[in-house]
Design a protein around this ligand. Structure first.
Ligand code: SF4
Length: 168
């Protein structure tokens, strides 16, 4: 990955103790955008996103959330999702130990009326990835969610990545 001179200067301005993590996160962002070069603008976006300029959080930490089925939540306390995250298993393998599961919320009932509103709020706290719980997509222990595509769109429209699945 190539860095412009201006981007490197921006990187140097990031506190030393979080700089290695910043570098990794910024290069990942560039790759996700299909770029082989890091620009000053990209570093600025990453700083705002990960250094918590909007939230006052000065730590460089990835923040994610899980949305799950309101109906299934009547019979499931969420142990499968939460323990998979704690152990960084299955759909959570890519995350380092610093990653925070900042929210674990239900869709609000068919057809997922609560999702868009809550994701909008989570973006302000730096959440950039939302997992759809396995119960919504796998159709294994519970019928899969007939509204999952609509729920995905409601998340993605906020610029948030969607990952299908949590613990199976
Ligand atoms: S919208 Fe999907 S996830 Fe939400 S309650 Fe209905 S079936 Fe469950």
């Amino acid at each position: 990955m190539q860095w412009t001179t201006e981007a490197l200067a921006e990187l140097e301005a990031i506190p030393e103790h979080v700089r290695p993590m910043a570098l990794k996160a910024i290069e990942n962002m560039a790759r996700e955008q299909g770029s082989v070069q890091v620009s000053k603008e990209l570093v600025e976006v990453a700083k705002a996103k990960y250094l918590g300029i909007n939230t006052g959080d000065s730590r460089l930490v990835k923040k994610i959330a899980v949305v799950r089925c309101e109906t299934v939540s009547e019979v499931c306390p969420g142990i499968g999702c939460l323990s998979a995250f704690a152990d960084r298993r299955v759909a959570f393998e890519e995350y380092d130990r610093e990653t925070q599961l900042l929210a674990f919320f239900t869709c609000g009932g068919c057809s997922g009326r609560r999702v868009s509103r809550l994701v909008e709020k989570l973006v302000k706290y730096g959440v950039d990835t939302v997992h759809l719980s396995s119960c919504m997509i796998a159709g294994k222990e519970h019928p899969f969610c007939p509204h999952r595509d609509q729920i995905k769109r409601a998340i993605e429209v906020n610029g948030v990545r969607v990952i299908e699945g949590t613990h199976y």
